[in-house]
Write a protein that binds this ligand. Structure first.
Ligand SMILES: [Zn+2]
Length: 53
């Protein structure tokens, strides 16, 4: 299965808890930001509209 989008993970509090470890890892060194919802992560695969930081 493809990467889950950070955007969809982080918009629901129950999936945030399920994915806390992954979230911590990918937000530690943000390199991309989502132009749509403003989330910042290390890999653009996790964003719906990634933009380089
Ligand atoms: Zn997004």
């Amino acid at each position: 299965m493809a990467h889950k989008k950070m955007c969809s993970i982080a918009c629901c509090c129950c999936s945030v808890q399920d994915n806390m470890k992954l979230l911590k890892k990918i937000v530690l060194e943000p390199k991309f930001i989502c132009a749509e919802c403003g989330h910042a992560v290390s890999k653009k695969e996790y964003l719906c509209h990634p933009k380089k930081l």
